[in-house]
Design a protein. Structure first.
Length: 146
């Protein structure tokens, strides 16, 4: 017979993966779906905003170095992920309490966790998939031994 904690740990969790690189999205989607997570994906900050409104999320994995074209300014914003992180920390109540795991090709020198108190982990690309999986399991309550 399973105890309540074990049953809760087995319930599907929903993760949003936000990255501008399709191969990373597909790799993470495969990894987490094989571990019984529901995975929703977004390739840019606008898609991520829409997914946050449409889904109940348990965790977000966010690439903070996503270049995006800013149509209003007519130029590319190389840090759309940082802007999204800041926005979620300052004004988006739907993101309150949802753990954020950050991915970046840059080293962690600018302390992005200062932009949003929900930042729980930071992985520099290239990262170890098993390390990321372990962190996600821990943050979503899936690390209980059976």
């Amino acid at each position: 017979m399973q105890n309540r904690e074990t049953v809760k740990a087995m319930e599907p969790r929903t993760i949003l993966v936000v990255d501008d690189q399709p191969h990373i999205i597909e790799s993470l989607k495969f990894l987490f779906e094989s571990e019984n997570y529901n995975v929703i994906t977004a390739e840019n900050s606008q898609q991520a905003r829409e997914k946050v409104k449409d889904h109940r999320l348990d965790l977000v994995i966010l690439d903070i170095m996503m270049p995006e074209k800013d149509e209003d300014a007519g130029m590319v914003n190389p840090e759309a992920g940082i802007d999204l992180l800041r926005e979620w920390g300052e004004t988006d109540s739907s993101m309150k309490g949802i753990p954020l795991v950050l991915l970046s090709a840059r080293s962690k020198k600018n302390n992005p966790e200062k932009l949003n108190h929900n930042v729980k982990a930071y992985f520099e690309k290239p990262f170890d998939m098993n390390d990321l999986l372990g962190e996600v399991k821990s943050l979503t309550g899936r690390n209980i031994d059976h």
